[in-house]
Design a protein around this ligand. Structure first.
Ligand SMILES: *Cc1c(COP(=O)(O)O)cnc(C)c1O
Length: 230
């Protein structure tokens, strides 16, 4: 079941790449495993999947401790500054940086572990009330400030598009994020790479890939629906 789902998602990514004249190698599939059991992650790991995304620090820690060490863990949920220390040692990428203060905390915690943490700036591309992230106008300003930090490596931008019935409606937001990433790559102030575009979820990843996504975050289409306990 799970491995069939994984295979299907990969096929659809390849199909969208083909449509857009892109290579599937340009797109990293992050399997979003929040609320899902360790056994499910293990199954996908055995099928070759290495990038997993989580939203909650406590859950991420428990899973990281129990599972193989070569898994690349992505923090994709809203991150409180006082929790950064719990994941700083091993986190592969933090997608949800939305303030300079958070970036500075990540920088400090990364320095303690003598490493550089790859980060993305979260952009609220559709200006939704309920969502975290900076506006597309603020994003380049934050990007410039963050690039001065020695222990974070700003690699690009992330967005979560609105939940819509027709994914075509989100195309304009994906275009907006891609443009941000391309413009910033051109204006980069040092040699760091700012080409990562983390966009596309179960509902809309095919459209996101057509618009240049380099990282899709897919949960439900791989793991099935999430059940939240109170
Ligand atoms: C939960 C989540 C996802 C995955 O969503 P699905 O619709 O289940 O694919 C992706 N990105 C973020 C930020 C999430 O919180």
């Amino acid at each position: 079941m799970l491995t069939d789902n994984l295979k299907l998602v990969k096929e659809k990514i390849a199909e969208s790449c083909k449509k857009a004249g892109r290579s599937p190698d340009e797109v990293t599939l992050v399997a979003v495993s929040k609320t899902k059991p360790i056994a499910d992650i293990q199954t996908l790991y055995e099928a070759g999947q290495r990038d997993f995304g989580e939203n909650y620090v406590q859950e991420l820690r428990e899973k990281a401790e129990a599972l193989p060490k070569d898994i690349r863990w992505h923090m994709i949920g809203h991150l409180q500054r006082n929790k950064v220390k719990y994941i700083a040692e091993y986190i592969a990428m933090i997608h949800s940086v939305d303030s300079l203060a958070l970036a500075e905390t990540i920088d400090r915690e990364a320095a303690k572990h003598q490493r550089i943490i790859p980060i993305l700036i979260e952009v609220n591309a559709a200006a939704e009330e309920s969502k975290y992230g900076v506006s597309p106008e603020e994003a380049p300003i934050l990007a410039e400030a963050v690039q001065k930090l020695a222990h974070v490596d700003l690699q690009g931008f992330m967005t979560s598009a609105p939940l819509v019935s027709d994914p075509e409606e989100n195309r304009i937001f994906f275009k907006k994020l891609k443009k941000l990433s391309v413009d910033s790559a051109l204006k980069r102030i040092d040699n760091r790479r700012v080409g990562v575009c983390s966009m596309g979820m179960s509902n809309d990843y095919q459209v996101a890939v057509e618009e240049g996504s380099t990282m899709v975050r897919v949960g439900t289409s791989i793991f099935g629906n999430r059940i939240y306990k109170n």
